[in-house]
Write a new protein. Structure first.
Length: 69
């Protein structure tokens, strides 16, 4: 089996979507504004983040240079 990101022995999500969701849930205004604008432009609910569309959108936002860190 390949390497898996883990915390205290449990597999964890990593990557742009995970970073954006954590930053959004933490209340970071800059990230919330980006995500909300993207969801509005795509005319989809926040639950769309937990899909292939959400993963792709997070990659696009991450590549735009204004990263969730």
């Amino acid at each position: 089996m390949g390497q898996v990101a883990a915390l205290e022995g449990n597999a964890v999500e990593v990557g742009p979507l995970a970073r954006y969701i954590v930053a959004y849930a933490s209340g970071r205004k800059d990230i919330k504004d980006q995500v909300d604008a993207t969801l509005k432009a795509l005319d989809v609910p926040i639950t769309a983040l937990f899909s292939t569309l959400g993963r792709t959108a997070a990659r696009g936002l991450d590549a735009s240079g204004r990263r969730a860190r």
